[in-house]
Ligand binder design. Structure first.
Ligand code: HEM
Length: 215
């Protein structure tokens, strides 16, 4: 094994994993320990009901907004569900968790399904990116950091698709290296929405729920 591969497989992996875990915990603790204004008014309805409603109902987009963002909604579901399945049930990933992280594994998805889901998720990401830069509203709120985050996910997925044959040591190391860069960038980027989304929905839901607003 070359010294670069040994570095990517060893110290750089542990470094990026540590930055990811500590960074995510740091930001989550920071968010959850923020104190809002004290509520002085009498509650008109249940904050808990608002939380449950907001967290669950927002999986389905508001009807009036659909005509312009239907493509993005579909692509977003394909991408997120696909990536989740790839990471949790892709055979090479399960093997990695077992041998390098957890000491145990579980039944992975069959190879044909891994290939299919990879292609669908990758397509979903590309459609999302195109929609982001072509649709004026999303383009106007997109920052350089969003492009870097999307670009890193793109390269991790592209190198993952290139390594599907599992016959090239170079492609394996390249894919692992891109995944490590993604882990390093994750806590400092909008990718944190993976951990924040339900907190944000719950906060808004509690705010409206307490005031009896039906949305
Ligand atoms: C379309 C998405 C993806 C595909 C198709 C894919 C595919 C693969 C394949 C085929 C391998 C085995 C390579 C080999 O042994 O030669 C692999 C390993 C790996 N992948 Fe992915 N992957 C994807 C996304 C990701 C993501 C998003 C991450 C993490 C952020 C990730 C992290 C890893 C890691 C850590 C390994 C283990 C590398 C090793 O064995 O040293 N992959 N992936």
């Amino acid at each position: 094994m070359s010294s670069i591969a040994a570095f990517v497989d060893g110290p750089f992996w542990y470094f990026s994993l540590t930055v990811f875990v500590v960074g995510v915990l740091w930001r989550l603790i920071g968010l959850l320990s923020m104190r809002g204004n004290k509520e002085l008014s009498q509650p008109r309805d249940s904050a808990t009901g608002g939380v449950i409603h907001s967290v669950l109902s927002r999986f389905i987009p508001v009807a009036g907004s659909q005509s312009r963002i239907r493509v993005r909604t579909v692509a977003s579901y394909l991408f997120h569900i696909g990536l989740f399945l790839i990471l949790i049930f892709g055979a090479p990933h399960v093997a990695f968790y077992e041998s390098r992280m957890l000491g145990f594994g579980w039944t992975p998805m069959p190879q044909w399904l891994f290939f299919l889901v990879s292609a669908i998720a990758f397509l979903g990401l590309i459609v999302l990116w195109l929609h982001r830069i072509m649709y004026p509203v999303t383009r106007s709120v997109t920052t350089a950091s969003d492009h870097i985050a999307t670009g890193l996910v793109f390269w991790v997925m592209l190198t993952g698709c290139m390594a599907l044959g599992e016959s090239s040591e170079f492609l394996r190391v390249l894919h692992l290296f891109m995944a490590e860069l993604l882990l390093l960038y994750f806590p400092f980027s909008s990718l944190m929405h993976a951990f924040y989304w339900h907190v944000a929905r719950a906060h808004t839901g509690a705010h409206y729920g307490r005031r009896g607003v039906k949305v």
